[in-house]
Design a protein. Sequence first.
Length: 120
Amino acid sequence: MPVCPKCEYEYVEGMAFCPDCGSALLPDDDYIKPEEWSEQNWEIVYTSSQEYEVEMIKNNLESAGIKAVVLSQKDRNYPAPGDFSVVKLLVRKEDVQDAVAFIQKVKNENIKEAETNGDE
Ligand SMILES: [Zn+2]
């Protein structure tokens, strides 16, 4: 069910915008209520100025079973410390170590791929 990040109200499947305030609705598994946010202690594990790169890592983490959330400067509804010039990837505090190790592995694989490019 899509959720309005402003009204915190669920709408029927298939709707894209909130009829009350016009906000783009989020899939509810991407939506974290502010109170859940502080309870679950989300931490930044990766930042980049490239949103696609952060999205790629998020997808990798989620395929490994680690719930991750992308914060960009567009997401004003989320409490995000620090500056807004970069895209941030956050995971739950309990997943931080796994996520960091996983990101490191993904980055290393990308570097290897880049180095071996052109050898074929
Ligand atoms: Zn709304």
